[in-house]
Design a protein around this ligand. Structure first.
Ligand SMILES: NC(=O)c1ccc[n+]([C@@H]2O[C@H](COP(=O)([O-])OP(=O)(O)OC[C@H]3O[C@@H](n4cnc5c(N)ncnc54)[C@H](OP(=O)(O)O)[C@@H]3O)[C@@H](O)[C@H]2O)c1
Length: 262
């Protein structure tokens, strides 16, 4: 009997919100290795990831990556590879992110903008650079293994095309950092001439997490317009499962599978 294929998935920002729900979803599947990255291994919501129910023969590794660190991502991924089962990643989802600065773009608080840029953009670039060597596939195995996917999570309001529609939501500086990330994801796909990695962006909609609840409070908007996290994550995971380079590479999708304009 042949050994079933072991999928390896890495999710950053695993302690809370969308990242934690993604970890929960992948852990529920059989024969997965889930790598959950957190910025503090001793935090209660990092340790409690171990209590999440798992599918048959599914394993969890928790690693430390602070998106602000210049070295964490490379250090953590290099150490991980020592463990035999993690020779290659199938899916890496950069869910770690922050939003600050609930004001008009012209009034940007430069320190807040810099911090969002550090976490949302530079942290994701460092993660991408650290995992790239472990996306490599042996020649001739592409028909047997899924195409590796590097996925980022952005709000719909990070769409440049939708900037006018979203103008009343005063999170333009946060949206701007995500717009840069969107651009890099799209560029990555077109620079990936060997078609060995699928890069795309998914929006969860506006969902009930600490990040979104704080934004609603700061902006004086009703919380009950936020959707449930599990519904958004179910959709995100379906988008990821179905993604191929021709259909998804270099594109922006909503969690309900509709394509969003850049
Ligand atoms: N919620 C929404 O409606 C919405 C909409 C569009 C896009 N998104 C995006 O979805 C992603 C997840 O957001 P969320 O709504 O789930 O927010 P959340 O509940 O506030 O969770 C944010 C996650 O990011 C982690 N994080 C923050 N700073 C970090 C750092 N310096 N290094 C490593 N990890 C760090 C947090 O870890 P700690 O627990 O250690 O702080 C936490 O796990 C973000 O990229 C966000 O921009 C969310």
């Amino acid at each position: 009997m042949s050994t079933p294929y072991r999928h390896v998935v890495l999710i950053s920002g695993a302690t809370r919100g969308i990242g934690r729900e993604l970890v929960t979803t992948y852990l529920s599947r059989p024969n997965y290795t889930v790598v959950a990255s957190v910025r503090d291994l001793d935090a209660e919501n990092a340790k409690s990831l171990n209590d999440i129910p798992r599918g048959e023969d599914t394993r969890l590794h928790i690693i430390k990556i602070d998106s602000k660190s210049k070295t964490d991502a490379l250090d953590a991924i290099t150490k991980l590879n020592i463990k035999e089962e993690i020779e290659e990643f199938d899916v890496v989802i950069a869910a770690a992110g922050i939003a600050k600065d609930y004001i008009e773009v012209v009034d940007a608080n430069i320190d807040d903008l810099q911090e969002m840029f550090e976490v949302n953009v530079l942290g994701t670039i460092r993660l991408c650079q650290a995992v790239l060597p472990y996306f490599a596939r042996e020649p001739g195995t592409f028909d047997k293994k899924p195409i590796p996917k590097f996925v980022t999570i952005s709000p719909t309001l990070s769409s440049t095309a939708l900037a006018e529609e979203a103008k009343s939501l005063l999170v333009g500086n946060y949206g701007g950092t995500k717009a840069m990330l969107n651009f890099l994801q799209r560029r990555n796909q077109f620079e990936e001439v060997d078609d060995e990695i699928c890069y795309f962006v998914v929006s969860p909609g506006a969902v009930r997490t600490d990040l979104a609840l704080r934004a609603m409070k700061e902006l004086g908007l009703p919380e009950d317009t936020l959707g449930p996290v599990d519904v958004a994550v179910k959709g995100i995971v379906e988008v990821i499962d179905e993604a191929t380079i021709p259909t998804h590479g270099g594109k922006f999708f909503n969690f309900d599978k509709t394509e969003l304009p850049w």
